[in-house]
Design a protein around this ligand. Sequence first.
Ligand code: ZN
Length: 61
Amino acid sequence: MKKCPQCQNLIRKYCMVCPFCGYKFSVLQTIIEAIWYIFLVIVLFVAAILLILNVWDFNWA
Ligand SMILES: [Zn+2]
């Protein structure tokens, strides 16, 4: 959720246009936020895989 800077209503994070007042958000900012979110998910996924591999190595040693 994010707050509309014009009418202060809470709207969905990836809305490009405020449904209450029609305020248009920066498309670039929305894309950057989406890329950051995907990046964080990938980092967590890789970290989980590395953790699992380390646990396996530990068990074999
Ligand atoms: Zn608004």
